[in-house]
Write a protein that binds this ligand. Sequence first.
Ligand code: ZN
Length: 325
Amino acid sequence: MSNEALAFLHALFRSDMPADQRAILCGFLGDPNDRLKNAWRPRPWRPGRDVPIERDENAYVCVATFCRRADGSYRRRKENFAAAHALMVDDVGTKVPAALIDALAPSALVETSPNNLQAWYFFGEPARNRDDFTRLVQSFIDAQLLGADPGMAGCTRVGRLPGFVNGKAKYGGAYPTRLVTLDADRRYTLDEISLAFGLRVARPRPVSQRQAMELALRQRGTPQQFIDERTRAFASFLHQMCALGMLKSDTPDIDGWTDVVCPWTGNHTDQADTGGAIRAPAEENGWHGAFKCHHGGCAGRGWRELTDWLADEAVLAMERKDAET
Ligand SMILES: [Zn+2]
C-alpha cells in the first residue's frame, strides 16, 4: 500500500468515475524486461479503493479509463476505451531534455529511475473522444517529444506509480519510484497542451500512429536497442505459442515461414487446421515478426492481431489459475 500512489491516483482521476468504468493498474515483481506478457494482467481500480499492489513490485497506471466488458471484466484495450485523463511524457531529463517542461508546468512529476522523470499533464475534463486524444499524442510523437517508447502511445499507455519500485536490473532491481511534485489543481485542456508546446495537431490522415513511428524510425535508421527490444518481445510470444502447442515445426520453410495453429481455426471453412504461419523479426516487418493465415476470414489479421490474442490468452490463463487457488 502506498499513500503516494493513492494521492497520485485520486489527483489524476478525481472521484467522478462512472460505476461501469475503471482505471487499470498493473503490478509485478522483478525486471519488466524479463516478464512475459501475462505480468501485465489488468487490475481495475476506482477511487476509494486500495492499490492492490505490494510496495516491492513495479506498479503502473494507464492514462485512460475503460468500460466494463460484457463478461464483467476490464481490459486495457482501445475498443474498451472510456476516457483519457492525462498526457504522460516519458524520459524527461534523459532522452527528452528537462527544459521541455518549462513550456508547461506538469500536474505531477514522478521519478522512475535515476534522474529520469515522467511528466503528467492532467486533463480538466476527461477526453472522451479517443480520436482527439490520439491526435494530441500523435503530435507529440511527430515532434519526438514522447520519450523512448512511443510504441505504447495512445490510450493504452502506462506510467509508473510513485511509492513502488523500478525492478529493472540495471537500476539495482529495486529503485524507489518517487513523487517529485503533485498539484491536482493544475489541469489543462488538450488545446492548452498543444498550444503550450507549439504542436501542430495533425488533421486525421490515412496513416496509423504505428506507421508514422515506423516511418520515423526508418528515416533515422533503426537503433540496435530497438531491434533487441522487439526481438525480445517476439521471443516471449514464441515461448507462449510453444507452451500452448501452437508451433507445428521447429524450423522455418525455405521462405522463412513457420507453420502454426491459427487462433481463429474455428472460423475456417470446415474448421481446417491449416494456413497459419509466423515469421521472425526482420527489417521488412519492422522487427516485430509477422503472422499470416491464408483463410478468407483471416484476411487482414497480422502480427498485431495475433499478439493481441496471445496477450488476452495469457490474462485468461492467469484468471483461470487465480480461480483455482
Ligand atoms: Zn486463420
